[in-house]
Ligand binder design. Structure first.
Ligand SMILES: *Cc1c(COP(=O)(O)O)cnc(C)c1O
Length: 336
């Protein structure tokens, strides 16, 4: 492959093939590698009409020892199955998920960027109802796909802080709705508030709890994390936040490094007391957030440039572990 790996952005790119499985008559087939990036879908498919659609996102790395490894893929398999259960879709057995991942990565091996470029292979599993229904019912056929593509390092230099806008007129998810599962529809509903924030000059948007708008929930596509006045790692406890694998892993790493970790309701009014705030997710790991705007109120936290020392330290250890530059005491990196 003759990519300029280091300058790839986070965008769709054609590769050799994706892998596709179909569930029919109560069972999954053996899966096929498919070259064309198109699906021939029934016009009555439930994914199109009724949102039977869940997805995942994870990464594959060519590590320092030139092996191909994926970061905690079973976490994504399990979360996909929680999404499947929430929308009455056929679940994907963990062994099938892992087998699909191995096969599709192997078939696209030349698109796993070389070690040292900062680029990775982004992996996007997708589960959709493909059987037709006109009454509101679960489909009798499902399709499971994994597509892959090379993506560049998000930060070409050091970590760059961003400003976030608090969304007041919309909620990302209802209390006890689908905020805790990774369903496509959550994103459809978040596009307009995201556009409004973006048009006002804010790269990311922050949602409050949908009941009272009193507590912090999460950013539009990533979890909220902060370092409080005592140096503890704090992150919201909420009924409408998506459980991020990155957040879960950063919590484990923080504890391993001797930090206190608190998962608790966080009031919006606490924000000024924090030393550092970040957004976390697979694509970027940590984005420092140094300004949060809610109406006329402007809250500034952490340094103007770069990340604060605690989030920077977590980021450095986390990414060193992923690249195989530091040992992986948790067994998170799975050789494919
Ligand atoms: C996917 C997602 C995240 C990040 O989860 P990771 O597993 O860390 O990538 C955070 N919030 C929402 C709403 C998401 O959909």
């Amino acid at each position: 492959m003759s990519y300029d790996w280091a300058s790839l952005n986070f965008a769709y790119r054609d590769v050799n093939c994706h892998i596709r499985y179909v569930w029919k008559n109560g069972k999954w087939d053996n899966g096929l590698l498919v070259k064309e990036p198109f699906l021939n879908v029934h016009i009555g498919a439930t994914c199109l009409h009724y949102g039977q659609d869940a997805f995942e996102g994870l990464k594959v790395y060519r590590t320092a020892d030139n092996k191909i490894r994926s970061f905690r893929p079973l976490e994504n398999a399990r979360r996909l199955n929680r999404s499947a259960a929430r929308s009455c879709m056929a679940e994907v057995p963990e062994e099938m998920f892992m087998d699909a991942l191995r096969r599709v990565v192997k078939a696209n091996e030349e698109f796993v960027p070389p070690y040292g470029t900062g680029a990775t292979m982004y992996v996007r599993p997708l589960l959709i109802g493909t059987g037709p229904q006109i009454g509101v019912n679960a489909a009798d056929e499902y399709t499971f796909i994994i597509m892959v593509m090379p993506v560049g390092a998000y930060y070409k230099g050091g970590l760059q802080p961003v400003r976030a806008l608090v969304i007041e007129d919309f909620d990302r998810a209802a209390p006890n709705g689908t905020g805790t599962v990774k369903m496509g529809g959550n994103y459809g509903a978040a596009l307009l508030p995201h556009k409004i924030a973006h048009d006002k000059g804010f790269p990311i948007d922050l949602y409050l709890d949908p009941v009272q708008h009193k507590y912090i929930d999460e950013f539009g596509t990533s979890n909220f994390i902060a370092i409080d006045g005592k140096g503890a790692y704090v992150t919201p406890l909420s009924h409408s936040v998506l459980p991020s694998v990155t957040n879960k892993s950063l919590q484990q790493l923080a504890k391993h490094l001797g930090m206190t970790v608190e998962v608790r309701p966080i009031e919006f009014t606490e924000l000024p007391s924090f030393q550092e705030i970040g957004s976390c997710g697979t694509a970027v790991v940590i984005t420092p957030v140094n300004e949060i705007v809610r109406g006329d109120q402007v809250i500034k936290v952490g340094p103007r440039e770069g990340a604060g020392p605690v989030l920077q330290n977590l980021y450095d250890h986390y990414t060193a572990l992923q690249w195989g530059k530091e040992e992986d005491p948790f067994g998170w990196m799975v050789e494919l």
